[in-house]
Design a protein around this ligand. Structure first.
Ligand code: C5P
Length: 315
């Protein structure tokens, strides 16, 4: 790799110091799941929303590719070639035709297998960090193309905000609404749920006609977002995967009930679960709902969060 660029030109250059990237978790305000496709994915119509629960990835120069981790559930994560961070670094290096050399360190707060796209978030953070470390200067769209091969939610986590997701979730277009801060309570569960298992369970429920009719498109949700009223937004939230997550983890019904009793406007399972998210009217209301959920003892921890947030960014 050459580092011969002059100080005044605009060419991206390899970065010597550590590159630290912060990446948010995502929830789905609307998750409409269509039929199973021949490639094993389901066609989606979703509205993604990035919230203020963050992982932090630091990339330093190195002679090989190494990864260390600390925080939420990282003891359960393999550090080998199956790890999404390692796969993201290798995929980017191949695309940029550079050696995949970096020392990566992850500080994790987004729970694993929680329905908050924790794995995809880390892959997105890796793409942003290594792009800068290696001086590749790729656009966010180019990075999203690499990311889409790694996980359906990676392109959204590069962009952040509130956005429409189609295809299997990888085709993202931002929703241009007047900025509104939404207040959430995130009820983190003990243990995760496997995303493929939840999608499979939905197929089983649909085959036996045991699930509600599919939500379809997000028009109702989009109209509700424009009204900027939490009560209206709360009534429009929807998740086709919720019955499947509840079928695999019936205790989630107790979490949803406890959130309702704690005064939340509404609550839904986040993505494929088992995390549940609750909408609140303002920051104080969110604090009270979180306190009520924590007192009820139905989840490992309930924390407040705000959305929308920007996607993976160098800090
Ligand atoms: O893309 P991601 O790695 O997050 O997907 C994990 C699994 O979830 C897929 O292999 C598939 O079984 C399921 N999935 C799906 N339809 C989608 C997204 C994911 O069936 N749109």
């Amino acid at each position: 790799m050459t580092e011969a660029w002059g100080p005044d030109d605009d060419e991206p250059r390899p970065h010597h110091g550590p590159v630290k990237v912060r990446v948010p978790a995502k929830i789905n305000l609307h998750l409409g799941v269509g039929p199973l496709r021949p490639d094993g994915y389901h066609e989606l119509n979703t509205v993604y929303h990035a919230i203020s629960l963050f992982d932090e990835l630091t990339a330093r120069r190195g002679d090989t590719l190494t990864l260390t981790m600390e925080g939420e559930g990282t003891g359960d994560l393999a550090l080998d070639e199956s790890n999404l961070i390692i796969r993201a670094a290798r995929a980017l290096a191949a695309r940029g035709r550079v050696p995949a050399y970096a020392r990566l360190h992850l500080r994790k707060s987004i729970p694993l297998a929680g329905g908050l796209a924790g794995g995809s978030a880390d892959a997105a953070a890796t793409l942003i960090a290594c792009d800068m470390l290696w001086g590749l200067g790729m656009s966010r769209d180019e990075l999203a193309e690499v990311g889409a091969q790694l996980g359906s939610d990676v392109p959204f986590l590069l962009h952040g905000g509130t956005a429409l997701g189609t295809g299997h979730g990888e085709a993202v277009s931002p929703i241009l609404a007047r900025p509104t801060a939404w207040h959430w309570v995130v009820a983190i569960a003990d243990g995760g749920l496997s995303t493929p298992a939840v999608y499979r369970e939905l197929d089983v429920l649909r085959e036996s006609s045991c699930s509600p009719p599919p939500l379809g498109g997000p028009d109702h949700l989009m109209a509700a977002l424009r009204q900027r009223d939490p009560e209206v937004l709360g009534a429009a939230l929807g998740n086709d995967l919720q019955p499947a997550a509840l079928s695999l983890r019936p205790q989630l019904a107790d979490v949803l009930k406890a959130g309702h009793e704690a005064g939340a406007i509404t609550g839904i399972v986040s993505g494929s679960g088992p995390t549940c998210v609750f909408l609140a009217a303002d920051a104080g209301h969110a604090q009270r709902v979180a306190a009520g959920l924590n007192a009820a003892g139905v989840c490992r921890a309930a924390v407040t969060a705000r959305g929308p947030q920007p996607g993976a960014r160098v800090i």
